[in-house]
Design a protein around this ligand. Structure first.
Ligand SMILES: N[C@@H](CCC(=O)N[C@@H](CS)C(=O)NCC(=O)O)C(=O)O
Length: 218
């Protein structure tokens, strides 16, 4: 059965990007339903049962009558559907690292998110980071360096693109938009994450979207 993924504006919705990357990476057939988070009817749309299930947040993945939401919930569901083959490394050390940093990403870095909203289409060099967001950047840089050094790259937990990379993909986009200074290893990873073909597909589709949200266009 074809899965249905409900996402928000591709330019701005970082959580939608994570859910979509997970669905794309799983390789199962899925349809995408795009919702404008900034449209006047958003409040009514989110109250409908297919979004109310997640508290009115995007993305939501529907698999028949089963809903999965939150990045890690969507990945857990797709991981089962794909027989545990494509999201997590098998080796226990790499698995523990990937699971831990993915969970940290899902639950942290509020300052970075607030201070550097995602806009996959824009470039704002010269952005000055506030100290709290700078602290988030330093932590992420150190996690990226650690993963690449311990597991040999090119992805965060080793040879295969997986859940940790998916969770951090919108961060790579923010670092690109705001030209955030990184260590050489983290910078190389940022560039690699942005060059991933699925990221290219997402950005190409974002480019075709006509909706604009002034709060995210400076
Ligand atoms: N932790 C959730 C966060 C989902 C979330 O906050 N999504 C935003 C879009 S990026 C949303 O639905 N915002 C709409 C709103 O709160 O009105 C996830 O992993 O999906």
């Amino acid at each position: 059965m074809t899965l249905r993924l409900i996402i928000g504006n591709r330019r701005y919705s970082s959580w939608s990007l994570r859910g979509w990357l997970a669905a794309r990476h799983a390789g199962l057939p899925f349809e995408t339903e795009l919702v404008n988070l900034y449209a006047p009817d958003w409040a009514a749309r989110r109250a409908k049962p297919d979004l109310a299930v997640s508290g009115g947040r995007l993305p939501v993945l529907w698999d028949g009558a089963v809903a999965a939401f939150h990045s890690l919930g969507i990945i857990a569901h797709l991981d089962r559907r794909t027989g545990g083959t494509c999201f997590w490394p098998r080796a226990p050390e790499a698995h523990a690292f990937a699971a831990s940093v993915a969970a940290e990403m899902q639950s942290s870095y509020a300052a970075l998110r607030r201070h550097c909203p995602m806009n996959v289409m824009r470039h704002y060099p010269g952005w000055s980071l506030d100290p709290e967001a700078g602290g988030d950047v330093a932590r992420i840089d150190s996690l990226w360096r650690e993963g690449l050094a311990r597991f040999g790259g090119p992805w965060l937990a080793g040879a295969d693109y997986g859940a940790a990379d998916i969770l951090f993909a919108p961060v790579a986009s923010r670092f690109t938009t705001y030209a955030v200074a990184l260590s050489p290893a983290a910078e190389a990873y940022r560039a690699r994450a942005m060059a991933h073909p699925f990221m290219g597909e997402w950005i190409a589709a974002a480019e075709r979207e006509v909706w604009r949200q002034p709060a995210h266009e400076f």
